[in-house]
Design a protein around this ligand. Structure first.
Ligand code: NAP
Ligand code: MG
Length: 403
């Protein structure tokens, strides 16, 4: 075999939990280290080590990502009460993704991987739709109250000079509920820049939508910030790249998305992004074919799969049973990170390897070799279900032929 591909700068590698941790090692052993002199700065984000370090390892991995510019992350457990017992945790540690996102001030872009044989539920979607979700504020950082009848609810702001501004929410004759939301101009601006940069990077149009006709101050602020930043910093770059920024009302956006052929980025407020990304993922067929990248406004990239640690398969694996778990999204997290590393370090060989590995993966599925989840969806004749490892070996056969 030819010499291995060399890397000049390290990639931040964030290992994870359960079935995806098993897949992580298989991907490296079967498809990466035979071809690349892999240079990574390794952080073990598996729950045991997070607990041992009191979650410091998560913070360190995010700081390293800032330093090196590119990271690849395995799915991780977000602890709940069951997990605290299962892993004997000293605390219910926060979601690593949330911690990393907060440190990088990033926006998450989710894109489906499209393969022949798996038709989206909306058959006109022949190109991927990338959802960008604003990951700060709104209903996710709300304050809620249940109110008794006879109460008066007001919005009160105490300013720096001590003066108050008040606005009536509702006079409650009978019991009810209230909710206080907020967002921050700076966060909306970071979100906008991450979206504009990603659109330029991937040469795709950017759509953004809110309910500004009803929410004339709150949602309208999102629209204004996007428009101002676009006009001041991106309009000329977009025109030069031949792409478009397009704002519309959320209702109109939904209608247009359904009728579209895909091939653009849809920027969503936090709640819209939560709901619409599940809708889009389901419509394209499989969560296991959805990639995800966190992009910071200053251009730091962290790649991962959109799915979780596939716990049910892991328990089968522990019992010694063979699983057929889909590794494609995790594999594409690696190729995304390697390609970006190649671009930043001017290593065309490394980027070309990432392209080939993706091609080999898609070719494998399109030739009818796939894991159980896709086997159920694929309309290919003569399709064959393989186990977790057999799939990676089948990809490697095709990759070898390309090298
Ligand atoms: P999940 O791991 O995404 O799996 C849910 C179900 O979807 C699986 O049981 C499986 O269905 C199917 N599935 C997902 N990925 C698959 C793949 N690669 N191949 C084949 N089937 C796949 O979600 P979960 O079970 O709700 O969560 C498990 C853990 O993941 C939780 O501890 C959660 O905190 C964590 N999580 C982490 C992230 C992240 O790190 N980004 C995201 C979400 C969840 P069948 O069982 O029917 O085959
Ligand atoms: Mg959701």
């Amino acid at each position: 075999m030819a010499d291995k591909i060399k890397m000049t700068t390290s990639l931040v590698e964030m290992d994870g939990d359960e079935m995806t941790r098993v897949i992580w090692k298989m991907i490296k052993d079967i498809l990466l280290t035979p071809y690349i002199d892999l240079k990574t700065e390794y952080y073990d984000l598996g729950l045991e080590y997070r607990n041992e370090t009191k979650d410091q390892v998560t913070i360190d991995s995010a700081e390293a990502t800032k330093k090196y510019g590119v990271a690849v992350k395995c799915a991780t457990i977000t602890p709940n009460a069951d997990r605290v017992k299962e892993y004997n945790l000293s605390e219910m540690w926060k979601s690593p993704n949330g911690t990393i996102r907060a440190i990088l001030d990033g926006t998450v872009f989710r894109t489906p991987i499209i393969v022949k044989g798996i038709t989206p539920y909306i058959p006109t979607w022949t190109k991927p739709i990338t959802i960008a979700r604003h990951a700060y504020g709104d209903v996710y950082k709300n304050t809620e109250m249940a109110v008794d009848g006879g109460s008066k609810a007001e919005l009160v702001v105490t300013k720096a000079d001590g003066s108050e501004e008040r606005s009536l929410i509702h006079d409650f004759a009978t019991p009810g509920i209230i909710q206080g939301l907020h967002n921050i101009d700076k966060s909306i601006g970071s979100f906008a820049r991450a979206c504009f940069n990603f659109a330029l990077d991937s040469k795709q149009d950017l759509w953004f939508a809110t309910k500004d006709t009803i929410s004339k101050k709150y949602d309208h602020r999102f629209k204004d910030i996007f428009n101002e930043i676009y006009a001041a910093e991106y309009k000329e770059k977009f025109e030069a790249a031949g792409i478009e920024y397009f704002y519309t009302l959320i209702d109109d956006a939904v209608a247009r998305v359904v009728r579209s052929e895909g091939g653009y980025i849809w920027a969503c407020k936090n709640y819209d992004g939560d709901v619409m990304s599940d809708m889009v993922a389901t419509a394209y067929g499989s969560l296991a074919m959805m990639t995800s990248v966190l992009v910071s406004p200053d251009g730091v990239y962290e790649y991962e799969a959109a799915h979780g640690t596939v716990q049910r398969h892991y328990y089968k694996h522990l019992k010694g049973e063979v699983t057929s778990t889909n590794s494609v999204a995790t594999l594409f997290a690696w190729t995304g990170a390697l390609r970006k590393r190649g671009e930043l370090d001017q290593l065309p060989e490394l980027s070309a390897f990432a392209d080939k590995l993706e091609k080999a993966t898609i070719q494998t599925i399109e030739e009818g070799v796939m894991t159980g989840d896709l086997y159920l969806l694929s309309k290919l004749e003569g399709k064959k279900k393989v186990n977790t490892e057999e799939f990676l070996v089948a990809v490697n056969e095709r990759l070898q032929a390309m090298m």
